[in-house]
Design a protein around this ligand. Structure first.
Ligand SMILES: CC(C)(COP(=O)(O)OP(=O)(O)OC[C@H]1O[C@@H](n2cnc3c(N)ncnc32)[C@H](O)[C@@H]1OP(=O)(O)O)[C@@H](O)C(=O)NCCC(=O)NCCS
Length: 332
């Protein structure tokens, strides 16, 4: 029987118009453009403003753009997966909201919560349904409205994150392209270093939880940094080795955009030079599950059929992993 692979056949993205610069952050917390730029590589990030604007707004815009570009009839979509930690509501799933809004009325849909690794987890999950022959058109979205859960009095977290969403379409192919391999990992010991205490079933929202500022991202930055540097690099090197990929044959490293210093460490571990590393952290910051699809969206025009992409991410949980994708089309 011919082996089916899941090819990425389209990309969409959306970032809100409002630009929060390092300069503006200087007026909000005790920080400086110089500190943020040298410690993280970030210059600005986008913020979704307005009443009643959840992450679905960005997911819907990204998917609509992608359906239009690929001339796909939304009724043919079988499955929508939305990777996010900032769902519009605890339930229903934001994927559900997006699927209906874009007219994917024959799809089923669910959210995936793996923080900054959410998109690569969801990509791998969506690809498995295609490879098994179960479904023919799967949309995988990654996006977050981090501004909804950031404490803009905490200079160690609010400078890093931003809002945005991107998506891909997965379809079956018998060619030797698509999602080729993946290594995905998690370790619940990471809970204490990066989490949000309030709003879940352990600590439901109350006056006290609000007074104690529990509905914001809590992060021990340097512990997360050390973990990320080691594990994102390790898993990328492992995945490259088992697929006989090296610095020459990898066309692009597509790393989660959390901190430029973490990206540089991963690239140097796999031996990849700067011009082969996708990067937009300076413009968007860390959009959590949004970073990797937004990189694909930004670089789509430079991608060619047969390019070897190494996607790598880490995030709260801890979660981390790498996915090897052979690009399936030349962008027209
Ligand atoms: C958060 C992060 C940027 C902080 O950078 P760092 O180099 O580790 O800095 P530290 O936390 O060691 O703090 C160094 C000093 O800078 C200060 N500092 C922290 N944030 C600052 C800011 N925004 N502006 C100015 N100074 C700041 C600290 O208070 C500390 O001061 P001190 O030495 O007087 O105590 C970095 O740890 C990081 O990127 N971690 C990973 C975060 C991440 O990837 N999260 C997402 C996971 S998906």
């Amino acid at each position: 029987m011919t082996k089916l692979r899941a090819a990425i056949t389209g990309v969409g993205g959306y970032v809100p118009d409002y630009i929060l610069t390092n300069k503006e952050l200087e007026t909000m917390v005790e920080t400086s453009d110089e500190w943020i730029t040298t410690r993280t590589g970030i210059k600005e990030r986008r913020i979704l403003k307005g009443e009643n604007q959840g992450v679905s707004v960005m997911g819907i815009a990204a998917v609509k753009e992608m359906l239009e570009k690929t001339k796909t009839d939304p009724k043919e979509i079988d499955l929508v997966i939305f990777a996010t930690v900032t769902a519009d509501m605890t339930f229903p799933a934001t994927a559900n909201i997006v699927a209906t809004a874009v007219g994917a009325t024959n799809a089923f849909s669910f959210d995936m919560g793996a923080a900054c690794s959410g998109f690569i987890y969801a990509l791998s999950t969506g690809a498995s349904f295609i490879q098994a022959g179960t479904y023919k058109k799967v949309i995988v979205i990654g996006g977050d409205k981090m501004s909804a859960i950031l404490d803009y009095t905490d200079r160690t977290t609010c400078i890093i994150f931003g809002d945005g969403a991107g998506c891909v379409l997965l379809e079956p192919t018998t060619e030797d392209v698509g999602v080729m391999d993946a290594i995905l990992k998690s370790d619940g010991n990471g809970e204490s270093y990066l989490h949000m205490k309030g709003g879940g079933s352990r600590t439901p929202a109350s006056h006290e939880s609000v007074d104690k500022r529990l509905h914001y991202v809590y992060q021990e930055g340097s512990a997360v940094f050390k973990f990320a540097v080691t594990n994102m690099a390790d898993v990328s090197a492992q995945l490259a080795a088992r697929n006989n990929l090296n610095a020459d044959t990898i066309t692009w490293l597509v790393p989660h955009q959390a901190n430029k210093r973490i990206i540089d460490a991963t690239a140097s571990r796999v031996g990849i030079t700067d011009e082969k590393v996708m990067m937009n952290i300076e413009r968007y910051g860390n959009t959590t599950a949004g970073t990797i699809p937004l990189l694909l969206w930004d670089y789509e025009k430079q991608l060619k059929k047969g390019d070897n992409l190494l996607l790598a991410a880490f995030g709260g949980g801890f979660t981390w992993g790498a996915v090897y994708v052979k690009w399936a089309y030349d962008c027209k």
